[in-house]
Design a protein. Structure first.
Length: 306
């Protein structure tokens, strides 16, 4: 099932047709409040009362014109201004290929630098998302260049990749921000773990390695991008065993998923952030979300019913 859904995410014919179907558009509302920034901003207001912060990301990737990347950068600059004006405890996460990375890496870096400067002036972190394994080397290189001049930046790393443990050791001396996720792209067995128990075990090991880095006086901003509450609590136990508090990391979950657990964790003293995605280019992102958990597929199928 996971392989089929990931194939559907990459299929251009389906990308062009499925998003037009009414049941697909209805099902995607589970994971995003709407296609425009106003919908995302309105949804963010509902989290403040529960002490939950937010992160915004505009969906889309692999633009084909440099001007499209320029427009995305301007959009995020305006979004940061609006977040500040409304007093929202929010940050943004950007995809490099949406900033024309495929066309001009230096231009994409310049966009990130402008966004990081704006975020720093507001006391926020700018996050750089991670894409397929072919982009990892280039994304890490760009992030290191960005982070050297803008310490208020973080990068997403994927626990299912075999290489991630070495990437963390490479970044630790640089006082990085790391958002650790399991990974949702189709990857070969030579590149990534294929079985969930293996991915889960590596996720915990990677998180603990960063907690140990904190104990060794490295400055690490750690976000746990997972809906697996059992893993979160297991990592929290490791933090306590190392003499750290559960606030040493932040729990980051997607909008519409385990909302009750988000509130429960916030009440229990965890730092919690809800990731709100929006945008018209939601189809590949949505299919990867379905591939993550069978329960998501059952929800989507129910949208076929009256």
């Amino acid at each position: 099932m996971r392989s089929i859904l990931l194939w559907m995410a990459r299929n251009q014919w389906l990308r062009e047709r499925l998003p037009k179907l009414w049941f697909a558009r209805r099902a995607v509302r589970r994971f995003m409040p709407g296609e425009d920034a106003d919908s995302a901003l309105a949804a963010a207001a509902g989290f403040a009362a529960d002490g939950i912060a937010v992160m915004f990301t505009r969906l889309g990737e692999n633009v084909t014109k440099a001007e499209e990347g320029d427009a995305v950068a301007e959009h995020y600059l305006g979004l940061l201004d609006t977040i500040a004006e409304r007093g929202i405890d929010g940050e943004v996460s950007v995809k490099l290929t949406q900033l024309a990375y495929d066309l001009d890496r230096d231009r994409a870096l310049a966009h990130c630098e402008r966004l990081a400067e704006k975020a720093a002036a507001q006391g926020r972190t700018l996050w750089v998302d991670m894409e397929g394994s072919d982009y990892v080397d280039g994304t890490l290189e760009l992030y290191e260049r960005l982070h050297a001049g803008h310490p208020n930046t973080g990068i997403c790393l994927q626990a299912y990749l075999h290489r991630t443990a070495a990437d963390i050791q490479r970044l630790l001396p640089q006082s990085p921000g790391v958002r650790l996720v399991k990974g949702a792209y189709a990857e070969k067995a030579t590149v990534a773990y294929q079985k969930r128990p293996e991915v889960d075990a590596n996720y915990v090991a990677l998180a603990v390695a960063m907690l140990e880095g904190m104990r060794a006086r490295h400055t690490v901003t750690l976000g746990l991008g997972t809906h697996d509450v059992e893993l979160i609590e297991q990592i929290a136990e490791h933090a306590v065993a190392l003499g750290l508090d559960r606030t040493a990391f932040e729990v980051e979950m997607l909008y519409g998923i385990r909302s009750g657990e988000q509130r429960r964790l916030a009440k229990a003293g965890y730092r919690v952030r809800d990731l709100i995605a929006y945008g018209e280019a939601w189809y590949p992102w949505y299919m990867r979300r379905l591939a993550e958990r069978p329960a998501n597929v059952l929800f989507a199928l129910r949208q076929l019913l009256p």
